[in-house]
Design a protein around this ligand. Sequence first.
Ligand code: NAD
Length: 396
Amino acid sequence: MKIKTISICGGGNAAHAMIPIIRNYFSGKINLFLPYGNEANHFQKLIDGEGSLTATIGDKKLYGRPDKASKFAEDVCREADLILMPLPAFAHEPTLLQIAPFLKEEAIIGAIPARSGFEYSTLKILKEANREKVKIFGLQTLPWACRTREYASKVEILGTKDVVGLAAYPPETASALSSFLNHLLNLKIEPLPNMLTLTLANIGQIVHPGIMYGLFKGNETRKYKKEEIPLFYQGVTREIAQILEEISKEILILTEELKKRYENIDLTNVLSLKEWLITSYKNSIVDKSTLETCFVTNRAYQGLRAPMREVENGYFLPDFQSRYLTEDVPYGLVVTKAIAQLAEINIPVIDEIILTVSKWMGREYLVNGYLKGRDIKETRIPQNYGINCLEELINL
Ligand code: NAD
């Protein structure tokens, strides 16, 4: 795989983490595409100065600086062999629409993480821009828990997953891409057989809306003092674990049905939530006996609190505009529901969660059990990209 220039899109936590990591293992050019807000100016200052972006991982530090940053795709994407999008899923489409006209024919684009339905929208955008030879891929999750501590200057990497899955289109490119990213990110990347696996095995869709539902159903308007804000992952009780298990089970029922109907589709990597947690956090979970203990005793989840917004001095309400819902419902659970609808499979627990949390978000996706709510167009369901039957979805 000949990669001389990598362009990273966006300037969030994940992009901050990636720059020093990639710099450590890659000697080519690193460009940044930063169309959002004032982000390009901040990174331009870093480039103009002498400094580097510092990533702290425990007691280790990594340093790195980009070669070029711009608000305009034309400046930083034309020469890119590999384009990485460490972005929230709602930023994929606006970003892709800007970069597609400038892509090299043989470029490779990846979303880290992909969330659900990445390929439906990306293949459509590339086709419309006459860039059908561009290869795409997605990682199942972001490999790190990370937070920017000082913009364009310092990032902290709080945890790293043991292994992360990668799927690509065309699927046969997954193996070479996984080896390259293994080296580039210094982590174990495992090739997955198809991108439908990423959609169904999108873990964020279970964990984030599921825990929000469990923590706040019935407590929607309760005001919390700062010290009362519940822990998010470590706040998982036996009841919340049961909700998560039921969501996971419904996804597995759908997966089994697809396997039964289409023997040529390999979905063996769609794991249950507990299996996934144990695989991804082998070394961080102290007690692996139940789903509840896999959350509560996972060191990578330590201390992370539920998303809240301050409403009056010292009092907080749950933040229903948080990414845990605005990303993981329209780019997660709703996509799963759309596939279940095509397969005519009932998923009542997922329906209940979508209905409840979309009301909290001020959105309408589901009406009388069908995805025909007024906000359905903003989701990444296959039907929004002209895919209206299972055969088309499977044979994409
Ligand atoms: P972030 O919120 O820090 O990313 C924000 C960045 O995205 C912005 O700085 C901007 O560059 C870009 N952006 C936002 N809206 C945009 C828009 N409309 N158009 C163009 N660009 C836009 O996100 P993050 O923490 O870096 O996370 C990236 C992805 O990784 C998300 O899918 C997230 O759920 C996932 N993730 C993050 C973590 C973590 O620890 N940070 C952990 C697990 C998964």
